[in-house]
Design a binder for this molecule. Structure first.
Ligand SMILES: C[S@@+](CC[C@H](N)C(=O)[O-])C[C@H]1O[C@@H](n2cnc3c(N)ncnc32)[C@H](O)[C@@H]1O
Length: 1018
C-alpha cells in the first residue's frame, strides 16, 4: 500500500507500557494507585517519584502533555520501522541510562534523562541519510511547550506555532531561549536579575505585610441591613482547616452589640457552633438583640444580595481610588476594612488573628495610602483594561460589576502587582538596552514568576481549608468560569512569595531535587540540557495561526508534525490567558517588540492589543459545537498540515476523544485531506485521577494518538451504489483489512492495559484506520465508509470474545462447534442490526473484562460520554437505548451519573403489554423476552423450545435463531442475583428445585435456559 516512502517505527511498534507508566508519573504521580506503583517499580527498578523541576513550574498552561510521550512519538515518527526495540529505548534515554537518572534525582522519569544523541544521530543518518538538525519537527499548537522542547532535545530542527500570546511566551521561555542562550549564560544572568528583583520587592513591599505572616485569609465584610453590625462572610468558621497538623485552627468570633463590631481569635479547642452561613444562602445577624435573617447569595426581587452588594462596593472603592484619584480619608480606610477583613494570618503551622492585631490592620491600610500616593508612578502598571465581553470565563466578574481587570484585586494586592510589574519593566528595559533579545529573555522569566504571584493573589483566590487538603487554590483552577468563594486569600508576604516563585537559592545550589515549583530550577535544568547541544538557533517559535500554516512554512517542508489540538469541552485558552496577558503586556512593555516581532505571523493582532486573539481559536463553545466553529477550523487546520508536510512526512495527532461529534470531525478532516491512518495508539496523557471519584464507573483514561501518512489509497471493487454498506461489509478486501487491523489492535489493547472505555475508543480508531486506506467507492460518502468499518470492526472484535466466554470463562461451557456457531450468529447480528451492536457493546463493557473475557463480579457503570459515543457511532444512540429501556441511569454518590445496560430487569418495569410490545420492536428486547421464557416455561429444554417457537411464531427462524444466540450470551454474562427469579416468581421456580440453595437454583435455571435456547439456533 505505501508509495515509495519509508515505513516508520510509529507505524509498527511503540514501547507502550514504558511510555504510559512514565507519563502517568510525570503528569500526576500522587494519584497513582498501589498497583501502578508496583508495576512502575517492576519495569524501571526505581520508585515512581517526581522530585525535580518540571516544565509546568515555569508557568501554568492548560492540558500540558507529558514530555516522555512527546519525545517517544517524535523519535518513532523519524525512525525506520526496522529499528530494534532496545536501540530505540536507549536512544530515548530510557533503557540502561535510567538507573543513572534515578541516582541523580531519585526519580526514574524519562524527562530527566537526556536522549542518547549519538544513537539518535545514527538512527537518522543511517536510516534516512540525513543530519539530525535537517529533520524539521513542527508543533503547530504548541501550548505549554512539551512537544517542541522534546523535539529540540532530540536535536531536530524545531518549529512551534501558537495562537495565544501567553502560550507563545511560555514556549519561547521553555524551548527557544534555553536552546539559544544556555551557552551565553542565560541562567546565570537570570539568577542575578532575580536576586535583584527579590531585593527590590522586599524594599518596596515588605513594609505592607506582617513580618512573620505567610498567608492571609480575608473575609468579605457586610453590614447587617437591620442593625448595621459588621459581619464577615466567611466559610472558615469555626474550623479554619480540618487538617490536624495545624495548631490554632479554630476561629472564635465574638460580637460586640454596643460597637456593632466583632473580634476574632484562633484557638486549639474545637468550636462546634456558629457557622454564619449555615442556612445556605442566608445569614442570621449574629449580634445580640438583632438576630434577623437576610439574604447572602442568590436572586433577590427587590435589589441585590449581600454578596452582590459587596462586589459592587468593592468595585466602586477601587474605581474611586484608581481612576477617581480620591484622597484617602479615615472614612475610606474604614470602608476598606469593613469590606476586606484581614481575618487570620498563617504563621508556620498556626493561625493567628490579623483582625485584632492593630499592626496588621495598619499595614494593610497603609497599602491603600501607598497605592493612592504612588498612582501617578504606577499608572502604567495597573491593568486598567476592560474585561472583554467576549471573555466567557471572566463573565462572572463582569456580572458582579467588576468591569476592569484591576478590580480583581484588593488594594494591597494591586499595589504589589503594580510595583512588581514596574520593577520587571525597568529591569527589562535595562537588560534589553545592554543585551537586546538576550536581555528581554532574562526579563521574561521574572515576568513568569510575577504571573505565579498574581494567580495566588486575587479576590478569587480561595482558601481550601475545609478538606484535609489545606492550602491556597489558585485563581485559575479548574472551574469553567472564574469562581468567587466566600473568603479569599493572599499568598505570603510578597517577597517570600517571590522566593517561592523563583527559588534562587535552590537553583544556585544545584540541588534541583529540592524544588517546590520555582522558575529558576527549571531554567537551570533546561540550560544544562541545552548547554553545548549545538541546537542554538535551530528553534523557531511563531505567534501564528495553525489554520493558516502555509503562510508561515513552505509547502512540503516538514518531516514530522506532532500536535495536540484542543477538542470539544476543553478550556477556552484565550479567556483564561487574558488574566495573565493584561499584566504581562505591562510588565514586559519595553521588550514586547523584541519578544514578538521575530515570531509574529498574525495579521490582525499585535502585542499592543489589550485582549488576546480569539477569532480563529480552534475551540467549540458548547458540547455540540452548534455554531460549527470547531469543525470548520479543525478542518482548515488539517488541510494546512497536509500542505506543509512532506510527501513522506508523518503526522501524529493527539486525540482526546470525548464525543461522537469529535470523532466525526477528526475522521472526516483527516480523510478529506488525504491522510491514511496506519496506526492508532492509546497513550496516557492526563492524570489518572480524573475519574477516580466516580467509583466503579468506566470512563476514558487515555488519549489516542492517530498516525497520519500521505499514502496512496486502495480501490475497492464491486461495491454496489445501491447497497454501499451491505456490499462493503461483504467485500473480501475490506473485511480482510478489518481482520488484520483488529488483530493488531487486540495486541495493543493487552499491551497497554487499556480500560474498557479506551478499548472502545481504540475500536473506533481501528475503524478509522481501515476506512482511511480506501478510495471512496462510487456514490459513497466518507461516513458510509467509516460506518461500514465501525460495524465490521466491532463485530470482528466481539466474535472471539464471545467464543471465549462460551467455551472458557462463562458459567455454562459449551463444545467448540456450538460456541462457534453462536458467536458467528451474534457477530452477524452486530453487523446488520445497530441496536444489537450498540447495546451488546455496552453490555459487554459493563459485564466482562475485555482483556481476559472473565465475567465481572460487579458490573461497571458507564460514563455518559462513553454511552453517548458508542451509541452514536454504532448507529443506535443514547436516546434510543433509553427509549427501549435497554439502558438505565443511576446516580452514583454525589459525583455523577452512571449508565447500566439492562437485561431481565427490563421486564419488571411497569407498563404491562404496551411495554412488552415496544420491547419486541428491537432485537435485544426480543432476546430478553425469550431468555425469560427459556427460564420459566415448563418442561424439558425441547418442550420449552417448542413453546417458545409457537409463541414467537411471528418471527422467522432466522430471527428467532439470532435472538436466541443473543439471549445466550446475555445469560452467560449475567450474575446469579440478576437472573430475576427472585424478583418475579420465586415460589414457582423453587418448586422445580426443592431443597436447593440460591446459587444451585441459578445454575440449574441458567443451564436449562441455555440448553433451550441452543435448540432454537439453526
Ligand atoms: C491542548 S493545547 C496544547 C498543549 C500542549 N501540547 C502542551 O503540552 O502544553 C492546544 C493549544 O492550541 C492552541 N490553539 C488554539 N487555536 C489555535 C490556532 N488557531 N493556531 C494555533 N494554536 C491554537 C491553544 O492556545 C492551546 O495552547
Amino acid at each position: 500500500m505505501p508509495n515509495d516512502s519509508v515505513n516508520r517505527l510509529i507505524e509498527s511498534v511503540l514501547p507502550l507500557r514504558e511510555i504510559n507508566l512514565d507519563a502517568i508519573v510525570e503528569v500526576g504521580f500522587k494519584g497513582l494507585d498501589k498497583e501502578k506503583r508496583q508495576e512502575y517499580f517492576k519495569v524501571f527498578n526505581v520508585k515512581p517519584m517526581v522530585v525535580g523541576p518540571r516544565l509546568r513550574n515555569l508557568h501554568t498552561w492548560f492540558a500540558r502533555r507529558p514530555c516522555s510521550t512527546a519525545r517517544a512519538l517524535t523519535l518513532s515518527a523519524v525512525a525506520r520501522s526496522e529499528l530494534a526495540y532496545d536501540v530505540f529505548l536507549e536512544a530515548l534515554g530510557s533503557g540502561k541510562s535510567i538507573s543513572s537518572v534515578g541516582r541523580k534525582f531519585g526519580s526514574g522519569l524519562l524527562f530527566y534523562a537526556k536522549p542518547n544523541k549519538t544513537i539518535v544521530r545514527q538512527v537518522v543518518s543511517e536510516n534516512l541519510s540525513k543530519q539530525t538538525s535537517d529533520i524539521l519537527v513542527l508543533d503547530p499548537m504548541a501550548g505549554g511547550g512539551s512537544i517542541p522542547l522534546e523535539a529540540a532535545r532530540l536535536g531536530f530542527r524545531t518549529v512551534a506555532v501558537e495562537y495565544n500570546p501567553v502560550a507563545y511566551l511560555i514556549v519561547k521561555a521553555s524551548v527557544e531561549f534555553p536552546a539559544k542562550y544556555a551557552d551565553g549564560g542565560l541562567f546565570e544572568e537570570t539568577l542575578k536579575a532575580s536576586k535583584e528583583f527579590i531585593q527590590k520587592a522586599r524594599e518596596e513591599l515588605g513594609r505592607y505585610y506582617g513580618e512573620d505572616a505567610e498567608n492571609y485569609i480575608f473575609a468579605r465584610g457586610v453590614k447587617c441591613p437591620f442593625c448595621g453590625g459588621l459581619i464577615p462572610i466567611q466559610g472558615v468558621e469555626p474550623a479554619i482547616t480540618k487538617a490536624p497538623r495545624f495548631k490554632k485552627r479554630f476561629l472564635k468570633l465574638t460580637y460586640d452589640k454596643e460597637k456593632r463590631l466583632f473580634s476574632a481569635e484562633t484557638t486549639d479547642k474545637a468550636i462546634s457552633s456558629g457557622t454564619i452561613a449555615k442556612r445556605g444562602n442566608n445569614i442570621k445577624c449574629p449580634y445580640e438583640g438583632c438576630g434577623k435573617w437576610f439574604q447572602l447569595r442568590g436572586q433577590m426581587k427587590d435589589g441585590t444580595t449581600a454578596f452582590d452588594q459587596w462586589f459592587s462596593e468593592h468595585a466602586r472603592l477601587m474605581e474611586n481610588i484608581v481612576e477617581g484619584f480620591t484622597p484617602i480619608t479615615s472614612e475610606i480606610e474604614e470602608k476598606l476594612l469593613s469590606l476586606h477583613i484581614p481575618l487570620v494570618k498563617q504563621v508556620g503551622n498556626s493561625f493567628y488573628t490579623a483582625w485584632d492585631d492593630e499592626s496588621e490592620r495598619k499595614k494593610f491600610t497603609s497599602s491603600l495610602h501607598a497605592l493612592s500616593n504612588e498612582l501617578f508612578d504606577l499608572q502604567n502598571f495597573i491593568p486598567l483594561d476592560e474585561i472583554s465581553a467576549e471573555n466567557v470565563w471572566a463573565s462572572t466578574a463582569r456580572a458582579k460589576g467588576l468591569s476592569k481587570w484591576y478590580m480583581l484585586y484588593n488594594p494591597r494586592q494591586l499595589l504589589a502587582i503594580a510595583k512588581l510589574s514596574k520593577i520587571v519593566a525597568e529591569t527589562a528595559e535595562k537588560l534589553a538596552s545592554k543585551n537586546g533579545e538576550f536581555g528581554a529573555a532574562t526579563a521574561l522569566y521574572l515576568a513568569l514568576a510575577l504571573d505565579k504571584i498574581i494567580d495566588y493573589n486575587t479576590i478569587a483566590t480561595h482558601w481550601q481549608g475545609t478538606g484535609f487538603k489545606t492550602g491556597i487554590a489558585h485563581t485559575l483552577r479548574g472551574e469553567s468560569t472564574l469562581d468567587f468563594r466566600k473568603e479569599y486569600c493572599e499568598i505570603k508576604r510578597v517577597d517570600e512569595a517571590l522566593m517561592w516563585a523563583l527559588e534562587p537559592n535552590i537553583a544556585e545550589s544545584g540541588s534541583l531535587a529540592k524544588t517546590t515549583g520555582g522558575v529558576l530550577p527549571v531554567l537551570r535544568f533546561l540550560c544544562d540540557e541545552f548547554r553545548n547541544s549545538g541546537v542554538g538557533n535551530n528553534v523557531d517559535v511563531y505567534s501564528g495561526d495553525a489554520t493558516q500554516l502555509s503562510t508561515i512554512l513552505q509547502p512540503n517542508s516538514v518531516d514530522v508534525i506532532n500536535v495536540d489540538p484542543p477538542y470539544f469541552e476543553q478550556v477556552i485558552y484565550s479567556d483564561r490567558s487574558e488574566f495573565f496577558w493584561v499584566v504581562l503586556r505591562r510588565a514586559l512593555a519595553p521588550v514586547l517588540e523584541l519578544l514578538f516581532k521575530p515570531g509574529l505571523k498574525l495579521s490582525n493582532w499585535s502585542w499592543t492589543n489589550p485582549t488576546v486573539p480569539r477569532d480563529r481559536e480552534v475551540v467549540a463553545y458548547d458540547k455540540e459545537d452548534s455554531e460549527g466553529r470547531f469543525s470548520r477550523f479543525f478542518n482548515e487546520f488539517i488541510k494546512e498540515t497536509s500542505k506543509v508536510l512532506k510527501e513522506d512526512g508523518v503526522l501524529t495527532l493527539w486525540f482526546t476523544h470525548p464525543t461522537a461529534q469529535a470523532w466525526r470531525v477528526v475522521s472526516e478532516s483527516l480523510y478529506q485531506h488525504g491522510y491514511v491512518v496506519p496506526k492508532v495508539w492509546p497513550l496516557q496523557t492526563e492524570m489518572p485521577t480524573r475519574y477516580k471519584k466516580h467509583v466503579n464507573i468506566v470512563a476514558q483514561e487515555m488519549s489516542l494518538v492517530i498516525v497520519g501518512r500521505k499514502y496512496h489509497r486502495q480501490k475497492l471493487l464491486e461495491v454496489s451504489p445501491q447497497d454501499i454498506r451491505g456490499s462493503l461489509i461483504e467485500n473480501p478486501l475490506f473485511t480482510k483489512t478489518v481482520e488484520e487491523t483488529v488483530e493488531s489492535t487486540r495486541k495493543i489493547i493487552v499491551e497497554s492495559n487499556a480500560s474498557p472505555a479506551d478499548t472502545a475508543a481504540l475500536m473506533f480508531g481501528t475503524a478509522l484506520s481501515v476506512a482511511s486506506r480506501f478510495e471512496l467507492p462510487i456514490g459513497a460518502t466518507f461516513q458510509d465508509l467509516y460506518d461500514a468499518a465501525i460495524t465490521t470492526v466491532v463485530s470482528r472484535y466481539t466474535e472471539p470474545l464471545i467464543y471465549k466466554i462460551l467455551t472458557e470463562t462463562g458459567p455454562v461451557k459449551m463444545d467448540e462447534a456450538t460456541a462457534q456457531k453462536i458467536a458467528k450468529n451474534i457477530a452477524q447480528g452486530m453487523l446488520w442490526d445497530p441496536a444489537t451492536r450498540s447495546y451488546l457493546t455496552l453490555w459487554l463493557i459493563s459485564r466482562v473484562d475485555l482483556a481476559t473475557a472473565k465475567i465481572r463480579q460487579e458490573p461497571l457503570g458507564l460514563h455518559f460520554d462513553l454511552v453517548q459515543t458508542v451509541g452514536k457511532l454504532c448507529g443506535f444512540g443514547i436516546e434510543n437505548l433509553k427509549h427501549y429501556s435497554l439502558i438505565t441511569e443511576k446516580t452514583i454518590n454525589k459525583t455523577g451519573k452512571a449508565y447500566h445496560p439492562q437485561f431481565l430487569e427490563m421486564l419488571t418495569l411497569p407498563g404491562g403489554q404496551t411495554y412488552l410490545d415496544r420491547l419486541m420492536e428491537v432485537a435485544p428486547g426480543n432476546a430478553t423476552i425469550i431468555a425469560r421464557m427459556a427460564m420459566t416455561e415448563s418442561g424439558d429444554p425441547t418442550a420449552r423450545a417448542k413453546t417458545i417457537k409457537a409463541k414467537m411464531s411471528m418471527h422467522s427462524d432466522r430471527e428467532l435463531s439470532s435472538n436466541a444466540a443473543l439471549a445466550i450470551i446475555l445469560l452467560e454474562t449475567t450474575r446469579n442475583q440478576d437472573l430475576g427469579y427472585r424478583i418475579t416468581d420465586k415460589t414457582k421456580i423453587t418448586g422445580y428445585f426443592p431443597g436447593m440453595d440460591e446459587s444451585e437454583i441459578a445454575k440449574h435455571i441458567r443451564e436449562l435456559a441455555i440448553k433451550t435456547l441452543t435448540q432454537l439456533i439453526f
